[in-house]
Design a binder for this molecule. Structure first.
Ligand code: FAD
Ligand code: SF4
Length: 476
């Protein structure tokens, strides 16, 4: 259980960041990891609670066995800690970097505002595993003779592919983009997670027998019908890419963009892909306004600063949240409270209770954003209008569901959608309404988190294994 008195003797210590003035000069990761001894001391703070809420159901979605690996790290047995961590999470170096860590909110020590540094320990275990050469391909010794197609190579598709390959199935991943990773590669910027981490896992999956087919847009360049006939099962892990429309006039003005057009282009640029055929979306020397208050908006903020924006203002229609939650009311659940992302801390202005009324243009180019304060029903309050100067505007107010113009259009109603236009399947068998086709990740649950995508990919893999062989040894 970590050190019996650890939580009383040792203070929580956060990873440090490079100063904002330095880190906005590059797109690389900027955290300064704790040294091994300090990570072991942080793990020693774990109390091994009788009911470890961090582990679930309100904490970690993949049910990482957090108290167990905290203890192993404290004891210095990092290799066993890694094996334990991999038993629930295929890609802990991803979640150790980008997960919002609901586990830490659920930690008993969070009642005193100083939870165990769970995410930092998770990242340290995975990073050490790669450094020491402990993470290797684990190809299946036997083959089942069954083939599975996975559509999409985001975290859900990668997790499903790895689990199924390890169960002995022949796995083909069909991916529209030139590289694997989904939003981990093309949405999340390198300063949050460098893409070399994805490349290492893709290599591991290939060595375990997974074949990646890039540039295949299922429903357009190959039909779902064909894939479902060619394979014994298909899992759709195609994400939820359809942006939510802010419904304001002026989005057609030059200088107004969907957040994902901006982020994808910059991620391609950083990744060395050719973007010369696209008009550059570039923030240098500009006043930038980002509409939206979530992760995507925050990533636009950090990207704009790195491109040399003069100012960045973020508009959030929600009221400013309380600085601190009432722990006794909300713990161990995820609380609504004022949070500042590392990108926002780089100098963003934040406007709360602010609705976007319209985009103001001159000669076809954006020059300002017309806003107003809203009441508690999010209705604009007359007389509170104001205009923010803007040379570049990004709309980042979330996603409505999967694209409707590819395999969903092809199947023309045969693939049932739920009320939110996600592909309909439950979390027991992950089966869709169409033939031998399953669905997992954002395409099924709507835009969510990397850790939920990994969980669904793993669970869907087990469901498919059972469907193909009648039973499964894969964990749920
Ligand atoms: C900007 C941004 C920042 C985010 N930041 C965070 C964060 O910090 N932490 C966090 O936990 N989560 C974050 N998220 C959410 C997280 O990235 C997603 O929840 C997660 O990637 C979903 O995984 P997925 O595998 O279901 O789908 P995706 O990652 O969306 O992958 C879907 C894949 O399917 C492919 N595809 C789609 N249609 C087809 C087709 N017809 N044929 C072939 N291939 C297809 C796509 O090209 C893509 O590679 C962020 C999301 C965005 C947009
Ligand atoms: S995956 Fe997320 S919730 Fe689970 S242990 Fe890691 S940081 Fe915590």
């Amino acid at each position: 259980m970590g050190k019996v008195t650890g939580f009383m003797e040792i203070d929580r210590q956060e990873q440090k960041y490079q100063p904002a003035s330095d880190r906005i000069r590059h797109f690389r990761e900027f955290t300064l990891p704790l040294n091994q001894g300090e990570v072991e001391r942080q793990a020693a703070r774990c109390m091994d609670c009788g009911i470890p809420y961090c582990h679930g159901p309100t904490g970690c979605p993949v049910h990482n066995q957090i108290p167990d690996w905290n203890d192993l790290v404290y004891q210095g047995d990092w290799e066993l800690a890694l094996r334990n961590l991999h038993s629930t999470n295929n890609f802990p170096e991803f979640t150790g970097r980008v997960c919002p860590a609901p586990c830490e909110e659920a930690c008993t020590l969070n009642l005193e505002d100083a939870p165990v540094n769970i995410k930092t320990v998770e990242q340290a275990i995975a990073d050490k595993g790669w450094k020491e050469g402990w993470i290797r391909a684990e190809p299946s010794a036997t083959k089942t003779g069954k083939t599975v197609a996975v559509i999409g190579s985001g975290p859900a598709g990668m997790a499903a592919a790895q689990q199924l390959a390890r169960a002995g199935h022949t796995v083909h991943v069909y991916e529209r983009e030139p590289k694997a990773g989904g939003l981990l590669r093309y949405g999340i910027p390198d300063f949050k997670m460098e893409k070399r981490h994805i490349d290492l896992r893709v290599k591991q999956l290939e060595e375990e027998g997974v074949t990646f087919h890039y540039g295949v847009n299922v429903g357009v360049t190959v039909t779902m019908e064909e894939l479902s006939e060619r394979h014994d099962a298909v899992i759709i892990c195609a994400g939820a890419e359809r942006p939510r429309d802010p419904g304001v006039s002026g989005m057609e003005l030059e200088g107004c963009h969907w957040a994902m057009d901006y982020l994808v282009q910059q991620n391609r640029r950083v990744g060395g892909e050719d973007v010369s055929g696209e008009a550059p979306i570039w923030a240098a020397g500009k006043h930038v306004v980002v509409i939206g208050g979530g992760d995507t908006a925050s990533d636009c903020v950090g990207t704009a600063f790195r491109q040399g924006a003069l100012s960045v203002t973020q508009l959030d229609i929600r009221p400013i949240p309380p600085l601190k939650e009432d722990k006794l009311t909300v713990w161990p659940y995820w609380p609504t409270k004022f949070r500042t992302s590392s990108s926002q801390a780089e100098g963003a202005e934040r406007e709360f209770s602010a609705a976007t009324l319209g985009l103001v243009g001159e000669d076809g180019h954006i020059v300002g954003v017309k806003c107003a304060r809203v009441d508690e029903k999010r209705k604009p309050i007359p007389g509170t209008e104001f205009i923010l100067r803007a040379d570049l505007v990004m709309a980042a107010i979330g996603f409505s569901g999967p694209r409707l113009d590819t395999f969903i259009a092809e199947l023309d109603g045969k693939l049932e959608l739920d009320g939110r236009t996600n592909v309909k399947a439950n979390t027991e068998d992950y089966k869709t309404s169409y033939a031998n086709v399953f669905a997992a990740g954002d395409v099924r649950r709507g835009q969510s988190l990397v850790v939920w995508a990994i969980r669904e990919g793993r669970q869907a893999a087990r469901a498919v294994d059972e469907f193909l062989t009648g039973s499964s040894n894969l964990p749920r």
